[in-house]
Design a binder for this molecule. Structure first.
Ligand SMILES: [Zn+2]
Ligand SMILES: [Zn+2]
Ligand SMILES: [Zn+2]
Length: 138
């Protein structure tokens, strides 16, 4: 586990710091996506908000985690599968938000279908969030 963590960071040319290791561990151990507040709560007293914020920004830039939009403008973060690189994400999957337990997860095997939009518009990113009841709650 320890080596895996360090490998992920080193593969992205990031220096291995306690903060990065700890936050990455939270993602690796979490089944669903995490918000800034989740990370703050789960990491205990160790990090201030700025450290968490900066670490998340770095992880997004380096292709380690991707963001998921939510209704209340809280940004959720989820671990990327292989294939995401610095400033270039390939997370073309659907996200599922459970209205019962509130968990948001990546449905990595469900790809976003190509959506045709009118000429003159340019798609940069398509996000689909499905709301419903997850496997564990149904
Ligand atoms: Zn990604
Ligand atoms: Zn649920
Ligand atoms: Zn995802």
């Amino acid at each position: 586990m320890q080596t895996n963590l360090e490998k992920i960071l080193r593969d992205k040319s990031l220096s291995v710091t306690d903060g990065r290791k700890k936050i990455l561990t939270l993602f690796l151990n979490s089944k669903g996506a995490l918000s800034h507040a989740d990370i703050e709560r789960r990491s205990g007293e160790h990090f201030d908000r700025v450290t968490i914020y900066r670490t998340l920004q770095t992880f997004v830039e380096k292709g380690i985690v991707h963001t998921i939009p939510t209704d209340d403008n809280t940004i959720m973060y989820a671990l990327c599968k292989d294939g995401c690189a610095e400033n270039h994400h390939h997370d073309d999957h659907i996200h599922f938000m459970c209205t019962s337990c509130g968990k948001t997860e990546c449905l990595n095997e469900v790809h976003i279908p190509e959506i045709r939009i009118p000429a003159g518009y340019l798609t940069k990113e398509t996000q689909i969030v499905i709301k419903g009841i997850c496997k564990e709650c149904s």
